[in-house]
Design a protein around this ligand. Structure first.
Ligand code: COA
Length: 426
């Protein structure tokens, strides 16, 4: 391991210390060769004072047990009808899996406990069909989970719920993970699956606001593999319930978990709660980051070079787009109050994050801000990205006459001959 990797990790520690992360592990992952390594990653998170809760599924094992017994399970994932025989299989499969997880955690010197923290009620009769032993999560015993966490014990939660009369129900593990993450105010919910992430029409979604994912699944449900629809639905529900970030990662890949938690371009899919939450006003200490970000574009003459002093003076106009606290893009809004005009400038998205809608988000953010300030028009001067502003940002081509007089003078002096683009704000 490189020491720089450790430094990279340590920068996240203050943000995550004492915070809760819920790991929702699919049953199939527990029997994968990489599982022991995954648990080492959990041990590392724990050693950094990150509170980890493990929720697991069991459908792969229920299916295997049913095959062994030459029977067909009435349901595999706790969302359909669970008959008495399938409940029996679920109990055997879940108990064995929980045991394997506890065994693996203790091999990493971690204290862990199986819990009965899911209070469930029967799903009941839906459209005339009795769902028998399938349960619906009613409540999570938050106090018990907090006690365990405070005592340094990792809670392991099987996909089973209990009611006040001691009856057991099969519950869907994604639903359990959502309820636990919501009620424990987790900062992250990480679905650990055997897929690379959420794949839509054969393309991996790297990151997306929850609201866009809701629209996508409404428009084209068939674009997702059926087995991933539950992750889609629970990821968006978690964001709507206040979990800021939901990840879907491949648990069979080495370092997948650490890569996702401790880097700003993880290996899987990141679904996040609010479109603009990644955008913040720049501070003086961001000057260097802005210079580093835009260096390449300045060299390619896409952006005008600005000195440190210039940037410091005008820093109030800049905004930064962060992913996991790392600046990955920037933009500026210069205001000409007399003309009620604004100029969008220095838009730059780092090459690792291009074509993921970050540019559009910043563009929309600046347009919204300018509108809120009562400006009537937004301008952009661009040499090489003018078609981007026209096709993606609703700008139209204008002329230097559209510029405020002082800006026009600078424009003439620069000799850059940029295209002038205009967007009306009303
Ligand atoms: C232009 C830039 C801001 C786009 O950011 P981005 O986050 O990658 O863009 P988005 O994800 O919002 O949009 C991607 C779309 O824009 C298109 N696009 C990207 N750069 C483009 C350009 N220079 N000209 C025309 N279209 C462009 C992509 O092909 C993609 O099209 P698609 O929707 O059909 O797939 C970014 O490439 C960049 O920083 N460029 C260098 C600096 C620069 O020129 N800044 C503008 C001067 S103010």
């Amino acid at each position: 391991m490189k020491l720089t990797d450790l430094r990279g990790i340590l920068q996240y520690v203050p943000e995550f210390r004492e915070k809760t992360i819920v790991l929702a592990i699919d049953g199939a992952i527990v029997t994968d060769d990489n599982f022991a390594t995954l648990l080492l990653d959990v041990a590392l998170l724990w050693s950094l004072n990150i509170r980890v809760i493990v929720v697991h599924g069991a459908s792969a094992q229920i299916k295997a047990l049913a095959n062994q017994a030459q029977m067909t399970a009435s349901d595999l994932d706790g969302s359909g009808i669970t008959d008495a025989a399938t409940l029996d299989l679920s109990l055997t499969a879940a108990t064995r899996l929980t045991h394997e997880i506890l065994q693996g955690l203790s091999a990493c010197d971690l204290r862990a406990a199986c819990t009965n923290v899911i209070i469930a009620h029967p799903m009941g009769v839906i459209q005339g069909v009795d769902h028998l032993f399938t349960g619906k999560v009613e409540r999570v015993d938050v106090a018990l989970l907090q006690t365990l966490l405070t005592q340094g014990v990792i809670p392991v939660i099987p996909p089973l719920g209990f009611d006040g009369d001691g009856k057991t129900y099969r519950v869907n593990s994604d639903g359990v993970a959502l309820a636990v993450a919501e009620q424990l105010r987790a900062i992250k919910l990480i679905f650990i699956t055997s897929q690379d992430g959420l794949i839509f029409r054969e393309r991996l979604i790297r990151q997306m606001p929850a609201s866009d994912l809701v629209k996508l699944v409404q428009q084209d449900r068939a674009g997702f593999a059926t087995e991933m629809l539950s992750k889609v639905q629970h990821a968006t529900a978690a964001c709507n319930a206040g979990v800021p970030r939901v990840h879907v990662i491949n648990g069979t890949m080495d370092e997948g978990l650490l890569g996702e938690v401790f880097s700003n371009h993880g290996i899987g899919t990141l679904i996040y709660a609010n479109e603009y939450e990644n955008i913040r006003p720049a501070k003086k200490k961001d000057v260097r980051a802005i210079q580093l970000l835009t260096k390449q574009a300045v060299e390619a003459d896409e952006l005008v070079k600005r000195s440190k002093a210039e940037l410091e003076k005008g820093i109030g106009d800049y905004f930064i787009f962060d992913i996991d606290k790392n600046p990955v893009a920037c933009v500026a809004l210069h205001v000409y109050p007399e003309q009620q005009q604004g100029e969008l400038a220095s838009l730059y998205v780092s090459s690792a994050h291009e074509n993921q809608g970050v540019g559009r988000k910043l563009l929309q953010f600046v347009a919204d801000k300018a509108r809120d300030m009562g400006l009537r028009e937004l301008l952009v001067l661009s040499t090489q990205a003018f078609t981007y502003f026209i096709s993606k940002g609703s700008f139209v081509e204008g002329t230097p006459d559209d510029l405020p007089p002082a800006r026009r003078e600078k424009y003439e002096q620069s000799g850059r001959n940029s295209k002038v683009l205009v967007r009306k704000l009303n």
